[in-house]
Write a protein that binds this ligand. Structure first.
Ligand code: ZN
Length: 83
Protein backbone atom coordinates (compact mmCIF):
# COMPACT_ATOMS: atom_id res chain seq x y z
CA UNK A 1 0.00 0.00 0.00
CA UNK A 2 1.56 4.72 -0.42
CA UNK A 3 1.43 8.46 -2.43
CA UNK A 4 3.88 9.55 -5.11
CA UNK A 5 5.26 12.58 -3.29
CA UNK A 6 6.57 10.56 -0.34
CA UNK A 7 8.46 7.34 -0.07
CA UNK A 8 6.78 6.29 3.12
CA UNK A 9 3.13 6.25 2.13
CA UNK A 10 0.79 3.28 2.09
CA UNK A 11 -1.28 2.47 -0.99
CA UNK A 12 -4.45 0.54 -1.55
CA UNK A 13 -3.52 -1.48 -4.62
CA UNK A 14 -4.88 -4.42 -6.58
CA UNK A 15 -4.04 -6.14 -9.87
CA UNK A 16 -5.61 -3.36 -11.96
CA UNK A 17 -6.15 -0.40 -9.66
CA UNK A 18 -4.31 1.83 -7.23
CA UNK A 19 -5.11 4.90 -5.18
CA UNK A 20 -1.92 6.77 -6.15
CA UNK A 21 -1.70 9.99 -8.13
CA UNK A 22 0.12 8.33 -11.01
CA UNK A 23 -2.64 5.76 -11.53
CA UNK A 24 -5.41 8.33 -11.20
CA UNK A 25 -3.94 10.55 -13.91
CA UNK A 26 -2.16 8.06 -16.15
CA UNK A 27 -3.87 4.73 -15.49
CA UNK A 28 -7.36 6.11 -15.90
CA UNK A 29 -6.70 8.73 -18.58
CA UNK A 30 -4.52 6.37 -20.61
CA UNK A 31 -6.90 3.44 -20.77
CA UNK A 32 -5.16 0.36 -19.40
CA UNK A 33 -2.30 2.32 -17.88
CA UNK A 34 -0.55 1.16 -14.78
CA UNK A 35 1.72 2.44 -12.00
CA UNK A 36 4.76 1.11 -10.16
CA UNK A 37 2.57 -0.14 -7.31
CA UNK A 38 0.39 -2.26 -9.60
CA UNK A 39 3.49 -3.60 -11.33
CA UNK A 40 5.05 -4.44 -7.94
CA UNK A 41 1.79 -6.04 -6.76
CA UNK A 42 1.55 -8.23 -9.87
CA UNK A 43 5.22 -9.20 -9.74
CA UNK A 44 4.97 -10.12 -6.04
CA UNK A 45 1.79 -12.11 -6.72
CA UNK A 46 3.41 -13.95 -9.63
CA UNK A 47 6.44 -14.86 -7.50
CA UNK A 48 4.29 -15.47 -4.39
CA UNK A 49 6.64 -13.04 -2.65
CA UNK A 50 4.33 -11.40 -0.14
CA UNK A 51 3.10 -11.71 3.40
CA UNK A 52 -0.61 -12.27 3.97
CA UNK A 53 -2.27 -10.64 6.98
CA UNK A 54 -5.75 -11.58 8.12
CA UNK A 55 -7.49 -8.82 10.05
CA UNK A 56 -10.87 -8.27 11.62
CA UNK A 57 -13.31 -6.00 9.79
CA UNK A 58 -12.89 -3.21 12.36
CA UNK A 59 -9.09 -3.40 12.00
CA UNK A 60 -9.41 -3.13 8.20
CA UNK A 61 -11.69 -0.12 8.63
CA UNK A 62 -9.11 1.54 10.88
CA UNK A 63 -6.30 0.81 8.39
CA UNK A 64 -8.28 2.22 5.44
CA UNK A 65 -9.32 5.27 7.46
CA UNK A 66 -5.70 6.00 8.44
CA UNK A 67 -4.48 5.62 4.85
CA UNK A 68 -7.28 7.87 3.58
CA UNK A 69 -6.67 10.53 6.27
CA UNK A 70 -2.88 10.43 6.67
CA UNK A 71 -1.51 8.54 3.67
CA UNK A 72 -0.22 5.76 5.87
CA UNK A 73 -1.47 3.42 8.56
CA UNK A 74 0.31 3.00 11.88
CA UNK A 75 -2.11 0.17 12.66
CA UNK A 76 -0.96 -1.71 9.55
CA UNK A 77 2.70 -1.13 10.38
CA UNK A 78 2.18 -2.42 13.92
CA UNK A 79 0.45 -5.54 12.61
CA UNK A 80 3.25 -6.20 10.10
CA UNK A 81 5.99 -5.78 12.72
CA UNK A 82 4.22 -7.91 15.33
CA UNK A 83 3.53 -10.96 13.12
ZN1 ZN B 1 0.08 3.31 -7.70
Amino acid sequence: MAREKGLHRDHIVGPRSCDCESFLFHGILEDGGSCIHIEAYNLASKRENFRKLTVERNELKQILTEIFAYGKSLKLRKLISSR
